[in-house]
Design a protein around this ligand. Structure first.
Ligand SMILES: Cc1ncc(COP(=O)(O)O)c(C=O)c1O
Length: 420
């Protein structure tokens, strides 16, 4: 008999969950509902200090600027970085595109980018484009047994490697990248490292290795913050010489008719009116996860992983994707649902799950190269958050039982399929 697992933070503190009592929300890897404290921080700012930032001398404009820069400081402290290394973007995707734009100005034909086979398209397509346009060679670090193949990585890093693009935690496999080794190996050959922290930032304590990476990208909406805000942390020595991607209002020192001169610091990369309310929300979300404790969140997710693995293994045909080692996973689980040796399409699984109140994700999860390498086209995925309980996982098990009964297979215990 498995012990029940309670939530770290009561679902009543999340208005979305409080107003959807029956919902088993199991798609936190896609986006996380916002808690009251995060919503309240944004509402308070809008009520009391809303104004255009970096443009006004009147009081609320100054208050808005201070709040926005205060949010930047919170992000910097969270990452162990300097304030002037934090650029606010729309999301992780925009942050990664900005990094690729900056790197495109440095990389030369024949240089090599090493990229892992587990990347989300957001940390792949920007590099594909740079490679295509600049004659740069892309090399792949393979995935083995559900994790990064470190031997393959070690072998492929050469003096030609100028950049290593790596996810801190895979949005399909749930695997945790050994960042300390990855960063150290890359830096030995003088390569820069870009870490896609979209799936780790609200699930794992920030390691010194993360801070040592040259770039870090993540989104607010996957860490209990609002949509419309993301972060690119880039080291000062990079930003000092980098060209902005978005040019326009608020990022120039001087604008003669022919060629403008850029401001120094993050403002150079934040052309136009920035997402101020969202930045305030992100800072509140950071305080929220820090208060809950990232180590506590990680342990909670591991308990839920163990619970789900056990329960799902009792179903008659779950083929797990990724490692079964709970210690090297965040709270993300993907699987195929097998009936008569055939996988049921994950969209069918998710559709039936929805009728049972379980919100799970289906498809290729914007990680097509990974799925192709695994010989798959689609998988179902469940992912946890601070509000998730073992009751939610039980909801998933009920839903999967519904899938099997829809496909007319009696549930018998213990008939598992080897994991991929
Ligand atoms: C690993 C990873 N990287 C990047 C992204 C892109 O995030 P966003 O859509 O917020 O830009 C996602 C989104 O699912 C992701 O899982």
């Amino acid at each position: 008999m498995l012990k029940p697992i309670t939530s770290l933070i009561a679902r009543e503190q999340f208005p979305l969950l409080a107003s959807n009592h029956e919902l088993h929300y199991l798609d936190s890897a896609a986006t996380t509902p916002q808690p009251d404290v995060v919503l309240a921080a944004q509402a308070e700012f809008v009520r009391t200090s809303y104004g255009p930032v970096h443009r006004s001398v009147y009081d609320v404009g100054v208050a808005a600027t201070n709040a926005y820069e205060g949010a930047r400081h919170t992000v910097a402290q969270f990452l162990g970085a300097r304030d002037d290394e934090i650029i606010f973007t729309k999301n992780a995707t925009e942050a990664l595109n900005l990094a690729a734009w900056i790197e495109a100005g440095r990389l030369e034909a024949g240089d090599e980018i090493l990229i892992s086979g587990a990347e989300h398209h957001s940390n792949l397509l920007p590099w594909q484009r740079v490679a295509c346009r600049r004659g740069i060679v892309m090399k792949w670090i393979e995935v083995k047994d559900g994790a990064l193949d470190m031997a393959d990585y070690q072998q492929k890093v050469t003096a030609k490697t100028k950049l290593v693009a790596i996810t801190a935690a895979s949005n399909v496999l749930g695997s945790i990248t050994p960042l300390a080794q990855v960063v150290a190996i890359a830096h030995q050959v003088g390569a820069r490292v870009i870490v896609d922290a979209a799936q780790s930032v609200a699930r794992l304590p920030n390691s010194p290795a993360l801070c040592e990476a040259d770039y870090i990208a993540f989104s607010g909406h996957k860490m209990y913050g609002p949509t419309g805000i993301g972060v690119l942390r880039a080291k000062q020595n990079i930003l000092a010489h980098a060209e902005p991607l978005h040019v326009g209002g608020g990022m120039v020192a001087k604008t003669p008719r022919q060629a403008a001169m850029w401001l120094d610091g993050p403002a150079r990369f934040e052309g136009g009116t920035p997402p101020v309310v969202e930045a305030i929300g992100l800072a509140a979300a950071i305080s929220f996860v820090q208060e809950v404790g990232l180590a506590t969140i990680h342990m909670h997710e591991q308990s839920l992983n163990a619970y789900a693995f056990k329960k799902m293994s009792e179903l008659p045909g779950i083929r797990f994707v990724g490692t079964t080692d709970m210690n090297s996973r965040v709270g993300i689980m993907a699987w195929q649902t097998i009936v008569d040796d055939q996988p049921i399409h994950s969209h069918d699984v998710a559709t039936i799950a929805n009728t049972c109140g379980a919100a799970i994700r289906a498809g290729h999860h914007c990680a097509e190269p990974l799925l192709t390498a695994l010989g798959l086209t689609d998988v179902a995925r469940a992912s946890w958050g601070v509000y998730t309980t073992s009751q939610d996982v039980d909801g998933l098990i009920q839903a999967l039982a519904g899938v099997y009964s829809t496909f007319a297979l009696p549930i018998k215990k213990g008939a598992t399929v080897p994991s991929l």
